[in-house]
Design a protein around this ligand. Structure first.
Ligand code: UT7
Length: 351
């Protein structure tokens, strides 16, 4: 039994926010953001959109391509670090918005590597014969983490001054505020008895020793009560990213993970048709590409258009790469990601 991606979909909200617009709410510049991250623009969800909305729309596309009835989806997995609510999880909300019958629904909270964890779960569920069609979604609305209050300037380009002191306040978070974007990607993963196509292997790992390299320090069961006014006033609800430290870990661990999964399956990098990397920073991906000695046509990046969409980067990149890179039956694709936790992982998929 193989786990085959029978349909893929993606959805990004319509608000395109370029770097120039970001520079109107904090001390940054198009030049800095492009040079340090490769990002040109990102999408932010509208004020009435939550993660489940983007997830459901991406899932509709994947289900349509898979050519199955919604009633045939028998498990829903949603990877996100920005669920609609503290609880319940977002997966049951996605199931409800899609009008699916009652089925098991599970949230995956592994941030940037959540989708790789999801591939491992989907693969195991399908190969065990317990399920036939797993809906696997990666979706994020990071907009809620952003420090500014005036969304009309950011979303609609309204020309007006910010409230007093807010430019300085937003600038405190500029290293993180410029890197995130909102979006969703979805796969229908189906059990197939025959054929060479399907997930070949998934390896995932975590090291909680680095939990404080990327995290949201405020709000949670570590506090009484969960949230206090001082946390908001200190900006503790905005993620902390120890950027340079994580950068160094990412450029070491991601190539190691790719080499390890290739080796344990008897392959080398020469067997790869495409490497789909987490889209956290174009410079990270350029280093990983060089380290692995991959030609430009063996990697695909779309961070330039969407920023870092955390759990959604891998499915969104694969969805676009299928056409952009002309993937064909028999091609070997590797996925790799590293993120908060720290968590990381790689997957091999035969088209
Ligand atoms: O998604 C999960 C995985 N995440 C990652 O892998 C993130 C990895 N790290 C990164 O992508 C990068 O470290 C960042 C994009 C987060 C930051 O880039 P950097 O090149 O590491 O910059 P830095 O934090 O070392 O800051 C360099 C300078 C500082 O100024 P000084 O101290 O040299 O005067 C910052 O204050 O750049 C300044 N700076 C900015 N300037 C303009 C930081 N952010 C900005 C900004 N605009 N947005």
């Amino acid at each position: 039994m193989r786990a085959v991606f029978t349909g893929t979909g993606m959805h990004v909200p319509p608000h395109v926010v370029d770097n120039h617009r970001m520079a109107r709410v904090m001390d940054t510049s198009d030049e800095w953001i492009r040079q340090r991250t490769g990002i040109v623009e990102r999408r932010f969800a509208g004020l009435d959109q939550a993660t489940s909305d983007l997830a459901a729309t991406a899932a509709e596309g994947a289900i349509a391509e898979a050519g199955i009835e919604k009633s045939e989806i028998d498990y829903v997995l949603v990877a996100t670090m920005t669920p609609d609510y503290y609880f319940p999880g977002v997966a049951p909300i996605v199931q409800h918005k899609l009008d699916l019958p009652p089925v098991p629904c599970l949230d995956i909270r592994q941030q940037c590597s959540g989708f790789v964890y999801g591939m491992q779960l989907a693969d195991a569920m399908l190969r065990s014969g317990q399920y036939r069609n797993v809906l696997l979604v990666g979706a994020e609305v990071h907009a809620g983490f952003m420090p500014w209050t005036d969304w009309e300037i950011v979303l609609d380009g309204k020309q007006r001054p910010l409230p007093e002191g807010e430019f300085e306040w937003n600038t405190r978070f500029r290293d993180r505020a410029v890197i995130f974007g909102d979006g969703a990607g979805a796969f229908v993963v189906s059990a197939r008895e025959d054929g060479a196509s399907g997930v070949e292997d998934v390896m995932v790992c975590a090291d909680g020793d680095h939990a404080d390299k990327m995290w949201v320090p405020g709000a949670g069961s570590a506090y009484r009560p969960y949230v206090r006014r001082e946390m908001i006033e200190r900006g503790d609800l905005v993620p902390i990213v120890e950027g340079p430290k994580v950068f160094k870990v990412a450029v070491r661990v991601m190539p190691e993970a790719v080499r390890a999964i290739l080796k344990r399956n008897g392959y080398t990098v020469d067997d790869l048709r495409l490497l789909i990397m987490h889209q956290a920073n174009l410079r990270i991906n350029e280093v990983v590409q060089r380290t692995l000695g991959l030609e430009d046509d063996k990697v695909f990046n779309n961070i330039q258009k969407y920023g870092n969409t955390t759990a959604a980067t891998l499915p969104m990149a694969f969805h676009e790469a299928r056409e952009a890179c002309g993937l064909e039956k028999g091609d070997l694709v590797c996925f790799v990601a590293l993120g908060s936790g720290l968590t990381w992982g790689a997957a091999l998929y035969r088209i």
